[in-house]
Design a protein around this ligand. Sequence first.
Ligand SMILES: C[S@@+](CC[C@H](N)C(=O)[O-])C[C@H]1O[C@@H](n2cnc3c(N)ncnc32)[C@H](O)[C@@H]1O
Length: 227
Amino acid sequence: MAHSVKRHLDVDADAYDVEIRRFIPHYDDMLVTGVELLAALAPPGARVLDLGGGTGALSAAVLDGLPQARVTLLDVDTAMLGEARRRLAPFGDRVEFREASFFDPLPAADAVVASLALHHVHDLGAKTDLYRAIHAALAPGGVFLNLDAAITEDPRLGALTFDRWAAHMAEHGITDAEARGHFAAWAGEDRYFALDEELAALRRAGFAEVECFWRRGGAAICCGLRT
Ligand SMILES: C[S@@+](CC[C@H](N)C(=O)[O-])C[C@H]1O[C@@H](n2cnc3c(N)ncnc32)[C@H](O)[C@@H]1O
């Protein structure tokens, strides 16, 4: 069965943009920083592929921040794509939409971005294979930016990360018990790997240069460059 945000997060697509900010600390800072990095690393007229683009928040920021770029937003969830189509309509033919999985063959791109999407890949081997497919889709000199959770499994350090995450939710009216309930429910579909495992997987997938440029709590922006 295809992934559905309604089923996974119990959030309707038209409420997603509000709810994601209650759930995820530093979400806007992460998107803004991701686009700044993309503008510095990708050519001005880049073909950008947004994997698991959802309602299009990152795609919109890319289209605003790189005025000559074109974006392909790919997602499996029809309702999320519907919101993205509405949000991105003002960008006309600079954006196209694909209802597809990021495990399907990927179109050629100068840059691939993903925000809060690739944690849906459960297995590090499968994630490394996906990173290989992303590397293969990129033109020489291409850039991959993955904006997502990266959390150690160490009991003390991992627990501290989740405590701080729950504290963010508490500031947005979500009780500690509710936050823990969300973490437990999301763990059925989501998998977070440690930052060093993420960077090592990118290297194994063929990225010659890798770096973590931004880190806040459990979130990170990991970058891979194709030579
Ligand atoms: C938490 S949302 C993130 C949306 C958006 N990128 C953002 O930052 O707000 C995760 C998105 O990944 C999509 N997704 C999950 N598995 C996918 C897959 N195998 N292929 C494509 N999209 C997928 C979901 O449908 C959802 O829209």
